[in-house]
Write a protein that binds this ligand. Structure first.
Ligand SMILES: Cc1cc2nc3c(=O)[nH]c(=O)nc-3n(C[C@H](O)[C@H](O)[C@H](O)COP(=O)(O)O)c2cc1C
Length: 191
């Protein structure tokens, strides 16, 4: 799949077929996702692979009752290891870089999942302390995302995106970019 096709075609999938997903494929996906950029190449992500139904139910409860995720054959919990980045970059590393690096890793997972014809969703609404307790996550790690993965049983239409004029600025934050130059840049770059 072309990169642009993957970026534009990926959707959050919340309905899954009652079918297994090859764990080896998930391992391959994680092995590719690890090529995400990270501050100082410290790669602060940690991943817990959950297949146990009871654990999934507890996680769904911790995710404010998002029980749809229990239907996914595999649920990943991606954590940021704050100490890994913090020991080198201090407070900025702990509070910003470790989370940014982990987010880049998560986006790679979502795109690779889509590229393999599977579906996933970034679930961020959950009680961190409860998830920490269920999965015995140590204090130096912060759970960043729950990612249910399965074979899609829905084809959601793309939710709208803000137009470029609303978030692209020129030279200074308050100066908007002229629509014409945006359109020119858009076609010049062949997007
Ligand atoms: C940080 C973050 C947290 C999110 N949390 C949830 C969530 O708890 N539950 C959910 O169903 N979707 C969640 N989403 C998915 C968004 O709702 C979804 O990405 C957005 O509506 C755009 O749709 P799309 O992913 O299909 O393009 C989250 C996405 C992000 C990036």
């Amino acid at each position: 799949m072309e990169l642009k096709e993957a970026i534009l075609g990926r959707r959050s999938i919340r309905k899954f077929k009652d079918a297994k997903v090859d764990k080896e494929l998930i391992i391959k996906i994680l092995d590719a996702a690890k090529w995400a950029p990270s501050a100082g190449n410290l790669q602060p992500w940690e991943v817990i692979i959950v297949e146990n139904d009871h654990t999934k139910k507890l996680i769904a409860e911790a995710a404010l009752g998002q029980y749809w995720l229990t239907k996914a054959p595999i649920v990943l919990i991606v954590c940021a290891n704050l100490d890994r980045t913090g020991w080198y970059y201090g407070e900025r590393g702990r509070t910003l870089y470790a989370i940014q690096d982990t987010a880049a890793f998560i986006q790679n997972i979502l795109l690779l999942v889509h590229d393999h014809g599977l579906g996933a969703c970034w679930v961020g609404a959950f009680d961190e302390e409860i998830v920490r307790e269920i999965l015995e996550i140590p204090r130096n790690c912060r759970p960043v995302a729950i990612i249910p993965i399965g074979i899609p049983d829905e084809k959601p239409s793309p939710p709208s995106r803000r137009p470029l004029e609303m978030f692209v600025h020129h030279e200074k934050f308050k100066e908007g970019f002229k629509l014409e130059s945006i359109k020119r840049g858009y076609s010049e770059h062949g997007v």
